[in-house]
Design a protein. Structure first.
Length: 305
């Protein structure tokens, strides 16, 4: 059933794109109309929320509220499961009347949970519900910033504080991100991520690693990813790499996995709709490291400013 729904969504999207020929009344294609309606609704929501924190003296302010986000439809067929589909979205509302560094973030897939640059989310997210968070970012200079967040996720309230340091050593860009989370039910979750990026002539290499300790789990989570990123055209990107992951499953049983993939990203409509295809091979301890092949197909629509 899921695969039928996913295919229907993709077919409808491409049918909307195919209606490029304007009618007699010079109407816009359906895809443009839908994207415009979503964008208008989100910008209006941002303005409404921002007005709550405004003062009469701020009416002439040039810094307007804004919203940006995306909707992503994914189909993740693999050897053992061909009907794995997923729908993800994210909305970020910039509210300058509250504070120029303040934002409201609403999503159903916390990207920062992945903890690796260019990490591929090739597993269906079992998380149900919507995440809501208020985020405040203080940028001190180009080298470091502090990000604080309070929100609701995993059916519980959480707090997050993260510091990001950036510096350059010869041709290598380095990043260090220590983070501390506190979930009302799950407890403390300290983590740290490091990234090293080396610029080549027409591409670059990225090595990232992360460590995370969840209070409800006996062992730590560790991830390492090595990627080669290359632009193959004006609006095309090719990311190839390997990921190593060691963590515990839902029953607190340790599990290791190796994931090798090549991800191709291409702009397929105007400046806001992308398509990604990512064939992969995975070796998972839970499956006795048997070779499992599959792919990820994503249709991503962006909006906002």
């Amino acid at each position: 059933m899921k695969i039928i729904i996913a295919c229907s969504c993709l077919i409808i999207s491409f049918m909307a794109l195919s209606e490029e020929v304007p009618s007699v009344k010079n109407e816009l294609p359906r895809a443009d109309v839908l994207q415009s309606q979503v964008n208008t609704m989100m910008q209006g929501t941002a303005s409404w929320l921002d007005a709550i924190g405004s003062n009469d003296s701020d009416d002439n302010s040039n810094d307007r509220a804004s919203a940006k986000g995306y909707l992503q439809l994914s189909w993740l067929p693999r050897t053992a499961d061909l009907d794995d589909v997923d729908v993800n979205f994210k909305v970020s509302l910039h509210l300058p009347q509250w504070n120029e560094r303040f934002a409201l973030v609403i999503d159903n897939d916390d990207e920062e949970e992945h903890l690796l640059d260019y990490e591929s989310n090739h597993i269906q997210d079992n998380q149900d519900g919507v995440n809501v968070a208020f985020q405040y970012i203080k940028q001190f200079n180009q080298k470091w910033q502090v990000k604080n967040r309070v929100g609701f996720s995993r059916s519980q309230v959480y707090l997050r504080s993260e510091v990001q340091f950036n510096w350059r050593v010869q041709q290598v860009d380095l990043s260090l991100q220590p983070r501390l989370d506190y979930f009302l039910q799950d407890g403390w979750e300290p983590s740290i991520k490091t990234v090293a990026a080396y610029q080549l002539e027409k591409s670059y290499l990225s090595l990232s690693a992360s460590w995370q300790k969840i209070q409800t789990e006996s062992n730590t989570r560790r991830k390492i990813g090595f990627y080669h990123i290359k632009s193959t055209g004006k609006n095309q990107l090719l990311v190839s790499g390997v990921q190593y992951n060691k963590s515990n499953d839902a029953d607190d049983i340790p599990n290791e996995s190796y994931f090798i993939s090549i991800r191709y990203r291409n702009l397929i409509y105007k400046s806001w709709m992308y398509f990604e295809v990512e064939p992969f091979v995975e070796f998972n301890q839970a499956n006795n490291f048997r070779t499992e092949v599959g792919g990820v197909f994503r249709l991503i629509s962006y909006y906002g400013r």
